[in-house]
Ligand binder design. Structure first.
Ligand SMILES: CCCCCCCC(=O)SCCNC(=O)CCNC(=O)[C@H](O)C(C)(C)COP(=O)(O)OP(=O)(O)OC[C@H]1O[C@@H](n2cnc3c(N)ncnc32)[C@H](O)[C@@H]1OP(=O)(O)O
Length: 232
């Protein structure tokens, strides 16, 4: 099996997953929000070792309660009846994933995408600033959403970053992305993150490739990259 075949098998497997109902989705989004608060509390806590150990035991008990009924794979929701899915636990934008900030992506009238978000100390790299890999993750998602918004989704083939100045955490950030060119199975897009003063901190360019067999077959392309497309 070629590498692409293996990718496509996993992509198509998404279609077999049971979609989550809205009530469960809302409840788990609430749970993820509380766990995000917990994660931040863990990073910043100054409690003594005995208290940290006591809390650890309580958290272990909570994890056991959740694992009492466990899905084999992360949850999805269907978008309409055409095979498109939303990946509810996407690590950048998934409301059900406590690891996700989450970054909420919206369409812009110029055909691109945009997000306004704040990263907390959980995402610190150099003291006071966001980890460069976290910025890359946010930009990869945003660029992928731009490709999807353009109607030419794909898998990230290349991602080039230029870190112009440090990105601070704890302050409002904005990021935008837009497709510059699409040719055959390839789509190129550009993106920036800007600080509260509007100055660019990171620039990125990416190229996406639609895997062979993933396009024009009745919705499977959505499973590749529309999976967490912005809702706008
Ligand atoms: C809304 C949703 C947002 C989602 C955002 C998140 C997106 C992601 O993070 S995706 C995960 C990260 N990316 C991956 O895992 C991709 C892994 N790679 C792959 O699956 C495959 O290599 C894939 C699909 C990119 C290309 O495979 P395949 O279709 O077989 O490519 P192939 O037929 O060999 O090549 C097609 C063309 O692309 C070029 N090409 C292929 N790979 C690359 C690459 N990495 N860099 C540059 N060019 C490439 C080839 O040279 C060829 O060019 P040409 O047509 O001019 O000869």
């Amino acid at each position: 099996m070629s590498g692409t075949d293996a990718v496509m098998r996993r992509v198509f497997a998404v279609r077999e997953r049971e979609a989550m109902d809205a009530a469960t989705e809302a409840a788990l989004a609430g749970l993820a929000a509380r766990v995000r608060e917990l994660t931040e509390a863990v990073v910043h806590t100054a409690v003594d070792p005995a208290e940290a150990a006591a809390v650890a035991a309580e958290v272990a008990a909570l994890a056991a309660r959740l694992n009492a009924a466990r899905r084999a794979e992360p949850p999805i929701a269907r978008i309409g009846g055409n095979g498109l899915v939303r990946q509810l636990a996407n690590p950048v934008s998934g409301a059900l994933n406590p690891v996700a900030p989450p970054v909420e992506i919206e369409f812009t009238p110029d055909g691109g995408v945009r997000t306004a978000f704040t990263l907390n100390g959980v995402y610190e790299g150099p003291p006071s600033f966001v980890h460069g890999g976290v910025s890359a993750m946010v930009l990869d998602q945003l660029l992928g959403a731009a490709a999807a918004a353009n109607g030419t989704p794909g898998m990230t083939a290349t991602l080039e970053l230029r870190y112009r100045r440090p990105t601070p955490w704890g302050v409002p950030l904005t990021a935008t992305a837009k497709v510059s060119r699409a040719e055959g199975r390839k789509t190129w897009a550009d993106a920036v993150i800007a600080g509260p003063d509007g100055r660019t901190t990171v620039e990125a360019t990416a190229m996406f490739i639609m895997p062979v067999g993933a396009h024009g077959d009745g919705g499977s392309s959505g499973d590749v990259a529309d999976g967490d497309a912005p809702r706008g």
